[in-house]
Design a protein around this ligand. Structure first.
Ligand code: SF4
Length: 359
């Protein structure tokens, strides 16, 4: 099949089978750039199903990019909590400010300028330019990579083959309806050309697909095996004051979970679990710490984390030095008012499950 025939058949398929998504404009209309940008940032590393309610909630609270720019960063991080990858939420807020202050509240309409904005890389710039402004742009996400690897039977593994797949995708991207075309290929990858058991008989590219013809579709794209993720270990400190409030603190601005609220924890390092005596050197306050049974496990992009949880409750006999502890004291029933990342929510659940809600 020739490139224009491939594009035509894909657009025809899209007109019949397009997915209805909360951020997508009705057929024949161009989507709001703010909605497209918001959804694309939220969808990085997260599924459509997970993102749906978060997207609706963010839009309800901040209906325009100017509203988001004016929002308090903590409120944005709070609304984001659960989606992970908090650097994206911080960049989201930063980007909204740049668009509101530097671009009069309007997103630039081309890839080059979009790429200058915080948190917008090659993929997002292409997606926003194509979907929101109907600009010809080659949008290459995981779905598109898979479809291209199969259509052209590219057996060279990812990530080395990425640029080749981009160049191949570019040969088909049409000048007419490039926004719909970009969404069409993404939809095809999500619903028909799926990682396992692709539904080739339902595919508009069935006749032109080299991997299908060779019987190797399901084995593509090949991937260079990833290095095993290391496991880091650390200790979280669950400290209750005499009033039953728990000590939380803000993590440093830079680094993992930058600026997020945490149950104070020591370093996370690739080493065996520390004894309580060794770990308590990093405790936020001198107290009679005891280790709770079990571990909190969480997986980040580049490593697994295992946290042991040390707990202590201060009493009247401990004086009032705790009032000067570095952090904030939060009543347990008001923890949900803070932007606590998922790993720290697990620590909260673990502590409450082990010693119960304080009186
Ligand atoms: Fe994917 Fe099958 Fe379509 Fe080829 S024919 S693009 S393998 S769904």
């Amino acid at each position: 099949m020739e490139p224009d025939e491939l594009a035509r058949s894909m657009l025809g398929w899209y007109d019949r089978h397009r997915r209805v998504l909360p951020w997508r404009a009705p057929a024949g209309r161009t989507a709001d750039p703010y909605h497209v940008w918001l959804s694309e940032i939220m969808l990085q590393q997260t599924t459509v199903v997970t993102v749906g309610p978060y997207f609706q909630e963010l839009l309800r609270r901040w209906p325009t990019v100017a509203d988001l720019a004016a929002a308090d960063l903590d409120a944005v991080l709070h609304a984001w909590a659960g989606l992970g990858y908090y650097a994206r939420a911080r960049n989201l807020h930063k980007c909204a400010r740049v668009v509101a202050d530097g671009h009069g509240g309007r997103f630039p309409d081309n890839e080059q300028e979009l790429r200058q904005l915080p948190g917008i890389g090659a993929y997002t710039a292409a997606a926003v330019a194509a979907i929101a402004f109907d600009r010809r742009a080659t949008v290459l996400d995981g779905n598109v990579e898979r479809v291209m690897a199969r259509l052209f039977a590219v057996e060279e593994p990812l990530p080395a083959s990425k640029e080749k797949l981009r160049a191949l995708a570019d040969t088909i991207t049409p000048d007419r309806r490039p926004g719909d075309y970009a969404q069409a290929v993404m939809d095809l990858g999500a619903t028909v050309c799926t990682p396992r058991k692709p539904k080739c008989p339902r595919c508009p590219w069935h006749d032109g697909c080299a991997a299908r013809a060779a019987g190797i579709a399901e084995s593509l794209p090949r991937k260079t095996p990833k290095a095993e993720k290391p496991t880091r270990r650390g200790t979280a400190f669950w400290l209750l004051n005499p009033e039953g409030a728990v000590l939380l603190r803000r993590r440093p601005e830079s680094g993992l979970l930058g600026g997020m609220i945490e149950v104070p924890s020591g370093d996370w390092l690739e080493r065996p679990a520390q004894s309580l005596a060794a770990a308590s050197v990093q405790a936020p306050f001198a107290a009679s710490w005891r280790l709770l049974p079990g571990l909190v496990r969480h997986t980040f992009t580049h490593f697994h984390l295992e946290l042991q949880v040390a707990a202590a409750r201060l009493g009247a006999g401990d004086g009032d030095g705790w009032m000067r502890a570095d952090g904030i004291w939060v009543p347990v029933d008001r923890l949900s008012e803070h932007a606590v990342p998922t790993v720290m929510r697990k620590v909260v659940r673990h502590a409450l499950g082990s010693i119960g809600v304080p009186e």
